[in-house]
Design a protein around this ligand. Structure first.
Ligand code: NAP
Length: 293
């Protein structure tokens, strides 16, 4: 078994971006600027946003955080989105999900200028990705693709099973894995809560990508000997032995599954760290206007 070490790979990518930014700025380019909108006081969301902002500082980006109370109205939030759309200094921005229930996430996502949509959630970016056109790839799938690439994992002709069909992980992941390029060219099966014989389907996967949000759901009964296992899940579970009072768990029972897999991502220290790299890469592309003029 080999560990797909998100900590090491993301550090490598960040150092490449940092160097790229330094050269870009030295040659007269604008310093990349990523903004984030955070609504409410959800602990996990606060941690994710803080880590995105910290990463910006590390690699030489400007960052801005706009915080709003959970009772902000949808119209007020749309106004904030518009102000970032129109702010010429901001190259890209994200609206941290989930949003409070009274706000339509789709409406907010669609209001983001697709040229600044560095999370890759806008229908134009999703549609362009599906057509194989240049687009901001959604950050988590981008991070997984980069991990497979950097570990030189063979994908052509392999059976890739994705558990979960969410707009932000499962669906884009399934599309990227079937593309006619590397990593890709897989035969993809996408599964969800209504899938019958899930265990049997997963057991036939050469590459198993797990994104359902149920801690330690995947056990060796779901995994073929020698499979590549990518664990996207991040759930906080109560743990009185930790100072914070909680532990972070993935969707895969790592201790049991690691011995039967060829490659596996840990949680924490796996896909989560790669997701930030996707965001930073997209922001640099936005600054350089590599995808949209
Ligand atoms: P989501 O929107 O809740 O989607 C979960 C998907 O899993 C749905 O498609 C659901 O099926 C499916 N599912 C639920 N229970 C299932 C079961 N028993 N068997 C088969 N499929 C089942 O979740 P998400 O946003 O994709 O996130 C998934 C996990 O990844 C969460 O733990 C989240 O925190 C984590 N995450 C991590 C990162 C990262 O950077 N590492 C980024 C995003 C998300 P239905 O469609 O039928 O309901």
């Amino acid at each position: 078994m080999q560990l797909l070490d998100g900590k090491a790979i993301s550090a490598e990518i960040k150092s490449e971006i940092k160097q790229d930014v330094a050269e870009w700025v030295k040659s007269g380019g604008k310093k990349p600027h990523l903004a984030a909108i955070l609504v409410g006081a959800d602990g996990a969301s606060q941690t994710y946003v803080a880590s995105k902002i910290r990463s910006c500082e590390e690699i030489g980006f400007t960052s801005t955080l706009l915080k709003f109370d959970a009772d902000i109205t949808e119209d007020e939030l749309l106004e904030a989105v518009n102000s970032l759309n129109n702010d010429e200094d901001v190259d890209g921005f994200i609206v941290q999900l989930p949003l409070p229930k009274h706000i339509s996430e789709n409406r907010i996502m669609e209001a983001v200028d697709y040229r600044k949509d560095v999370d890759g959630f806008h229908p134009i970016n999703v549609g362009r990705m599906c057509k194989g056109l240049p687009a901001y790839l959604s950050a988590t799938p981008f991070g997984i693709i980069e991990m497979l690439k950097r570990a030189s994992i063979e994908t052509a002709g392999k059976h890739c099973v994705v558990i979960g069909r969410s707009q932000i992980v499962g669906l884009p992941m399934s599309i990227l894995m079937q593309r006619n390029e590397y990593p890709g060219n897989c035969t993809v099966t996408i599964t969800h809560s209504r899938t019958k014989n899930l265990q049997e389907i997963c057991k036939s996967a050469d590459i198993l990508i797990v994104a359902l949000g149920r801690p330690e759901f995947v056990t060796p009964d779901y995994v073929k000997e020698g499979a590549v296992v990518i664990d996207v899940g991040i759930t906080r579970v109560e743990d009185s032995s930790k100072k914070s009072g909680f532990a972070i768990k993935g969707d895969v029972n790592f201790a049991q599954v690691a011995p039967v897999s060829s490659y596996i991502t840990p949680v924490p220290g796996g896909v989560g760290l790669m997701t930030i790299c996707g965001l930073l890469t997209n922001t640099l592309k936005a600054t350089k206007k590599e995808i949209y003029a």
